[in-house]
Ligand binder design. Sequence first.
Ligand SMILES: Cc1cc2nc3c(=O)[nH]c(=O)nc-3n(C[C@H](O)[C@H](O)[C@H](O)COP(=O)(O)OP(=O)(O)OC[C@H]3O[C@@H](n4cnc5c(N)ncnc54)[C@H](O)[C@@H]3O)c2cc1C
Ligand SMILES: *[C@@H]1O[C@H](CO)[C@@H](O)[C@H](O)[C@H]1NC(C)=O
Ligand SMILES: *[C@@H]1O[C@H](CO)[C@@H](O)[C@H](O)[C@H]1NC(C)=O
Ligand SMILES: *[C@@H]1O[C@H](CO)[C@@H](O)[C@H](O)[C@H]1NC(C)=O
Ligand SMILES: *[C@@H]1O[C@H](CO)[C@@H](O)[C@H](O)[C@H]1NC(C)=O
Ligand SMILES: *[C@@H]1O[C@H](CO)[C@@H](O)[C@H](O)[C@H]1NC(C)=O
Ligand SMILES: *[C@@H]1O[C@H](CO)[C@@H](O)[C@H](O)[C@H]1NC(C)=O
Length: 633
Amino acid sequence: MEQVGTFWTVGWITIVCAAICAIASTFGHNNTNSSEPYQKQLQSILKLVEELPPPNSPIEIPPKIIDKKYDFIIVGAGSAGAVVANRLSEIGSWKILLLEAGYPENNLAQYPVLAPVLQLTDYNWDFTAEPQNNACLAVETRRCAWPRGRGLGGSSAINYMVYTRGNPEDYNQWAAQGNPGWSYEDILPYFLKSENAHIPISEPNYHRTGGYQSIEQTSTSALANAFIQAGQELGYQITDYNSPQQIGFSPIQITTSFGRRASTATSFLQPILNRENLHIVTGARVTRVLIDSNTNRTYGVEYIRNDKKSSVNASKEVILSAGALQSPHLLMLSGVGRKEQLEKHGIKTFSDLPVGETLYDHVAFYSLLFNSNVSETSLSDLFTEDEIQKWYKTGQGPLSSISGNEALAFIKRSNSSNLNDTSPDFELILTTGTLMSDNGTIGRRILKITEEYYREMYETLQGKSSFTIIPILLHPKSVGYMKLKSADPYDDPLFYANYFTDPDNHDIGVLIEAIRFALRLIETEAFKKYDVKLISKPMLGCEHLKHNSDDYWKCALQFLAISSYHPIATCKMGPVGDPTAVVNNELKVYGIDNLRVIDASVIPLHVAAHTNGPAILIGEVGSDMIKKERGVL
Ligand SMILES: Cc1cc2nc3c(=O)[nH]c(=O)nc-3n(C[C@H](O)[C@H](O)[C@H](O)COP(=O)(O)OP(=O)(O)OC[C@H]3O[C@@H](n4cnc5c(N)ncnc54)[C@H](O)[C@@H]3O)c2cc1C
Ligand SMILES: *[C@@H]1O[C@H](CO)[C@@H](O)[C@H](O)[C@H]1NC(C)=O
Ligand SMILES: *[C@@H]1O[C@H](CO)[C@@H](O)[C@H](O)[C@H]1NC(C)=O
Ligand SMILES: *[C@@H]1O[C@H](CO)[C@@H](O)[C@H](O)[C@H]1NC(C)=O
Ligand SMILES: *[C@@H]1O[C@H](CO)[C@@H](O)[C@H](O)[C@H]1NC(C)=O
Ligand SMILES: *[C@@H]1O[C@H](CO)[C@@H](O)[C@H](O)[C@H]1NC(C)=O
Ligand SMILES: *[C@@H]1O[C@H](CO)[C@@H](O)[C@H](O)[C@H]1NC(C)=O
């Protein structure tokens, strides 16, 4: 791990800023106005990337006739859906249809360093939250970006690849809320089942090799090593945070294989494309679950493909794996949701349930900025023929960086209300680059920061080596929700984030504490070696407040604390009688037969984790529940 000296520093988006326009136009978006130098670099990078054969062979779906009837229909081939498709099709006598609105991943998705760029392509559904008065204030019309992956692999095909499971206590809480089968002891074998781990920092009983999902570890350059050493100076350990000892500092475990992105499509679908009983159909957008009004039983789905509406039947079950924003949407469109709301849109109610009424997200702050004397490598230095060849042959080097995110810490606040609770309160991510690293071409755009705000706040900070520590609130008390906008399946629902709306200001308080913790880190010997300084320019809009006071940080957070893309709980799991529950502990929708939700929307309570690992877990656990119930396990 000690490799100070021979490091490279990759701005989280520095290297890719150039790639945006051509990539974006390749996928039909054309909303870019990058500066000249970036345009030029972009052209040459893309040329280099395109000339190479794909690093892993891309998924090619053999053309298949869609039959009229299957045993199971899975909607959405994302983190959970791909796992379910794999596990159910292990049973040779079951015929399975996997319907995905998007398309197979392209070559660019495989470069970890290009991750942010994917958000600017059609591989992102590009949702936004409704405007708020006390958060996302620097964002266009105050609507926080809520990206979601569209295509095989779903959000695992556009995410930052951080692999985290969460704390044992988190899962024990799920179980304690009346969800048998979900305690840490119950679910740990399923984390192991998926996994093919090759990570140096590893607690032996918590990892294994041989599963479908490859896990590797980030390389750490100078600043990330300093971050980890700073943690040690403050008395923290270097930990395998995916073991019960979650509190501490570490390089990041990531869903890559040989330095290439390992989405659930490449991990769980690609190896089984030869299974005759699994039909994978892309470009198929499901618009409704079909429910028999005499029996309240699900019998199929309706979908649109090539502008043509069709329906297909499922004799056993329909499984919604369309993700935390779209599984609830599909339920509501199909007559499962709050009756008053559905009636307003002329939808007949089959089961009156609180669909979309709970929505937790992890809010993160993107403007805790530092300068250092570690130089940032520019794009043109990185995407050279040599670097690409090196990455291609060895899987290593800056192109395998998950866009500059190199190390993290899980921390419990000093003043925890429950000392027995082992789950951390906040996370810090060390990222070797900032919003300024690409002169506003990509980072600004994916966070949807207004051009004026960027210009006035960040432009004068460009051209100097900078990095950030991103604090993330893990256990929010604020609760959001979503509701239908209309009965048109192509109309996005309305999403209300409600960040920082908890009455006792717990959420903003934890983030201020996280910022103060990061500032202590910066004072350590480890960081002093690099002449690290907090960028003291006050946040635009907060200049009137005393710098570094709690009120100042509170103000700064309201401008640029935004989503870290972990919505959950919209189809919450809970026991009979729980007024917030949509599915039971076996993920079956209450009041409707033959219908389950298997994805991040069922997570009942926030976890101290980025949600890809938990979504994969839910796919594994849900699949086994189906197999057990049908006597094949
Ligand atoms: C930009 C970004 C970065 C992230 N970074 C990380 C990270 O580093 N680490 C981490 O752990 N988590 C990260 N996350 C979160 C994590 O990736 C998601 O929580 C997880 O992938 C969700 O899995 P899922 O199965 O619930 O849904 P998804 O993976 O989103 O899958 C849903 C699938 O359903 C499809 N679909 C939706 N509606 C329909 C329809 N009507 N018809 C047919 N198909 C449909 C979608 O196209 C998609 O493929 C990130 C997310 C984003 C967006
Ligand atoms: C699908 O199921 C419905 C309801 O049972 C039935 O009316 C319809 O004929 C079925 N379609 C096919 C192709 O089996
Ligand atoms: C179907 O659900 C509706 C609404 O919840 C209910 O009124 C009806 O009795 C149910 N029908 C059956 C057959 O269970
Ligand atoms: C400690 O927590 C309590 C509430 O749990 C709060 O009232 C108090 O202000 C906190 N103290 C500090 C120093 O954060
Ligand atoms: C902490 O855990 C111990 C042992 O499990 C238990 O006896 C005690 O009541 C717990 N305390 C709190 C505050 O939860
Ligand atoms: C980014 O901006 C800085 C100063 O504003 C400038 O020195 C640098 O050349 C710019 N980089 C590119 C690639 O345009
Ligand atoms: C960075 O700053 C430190 C502390 O001032 C100094 O010792 C070191 O030599 C500097 N390194 C470079 C590369 O300038």
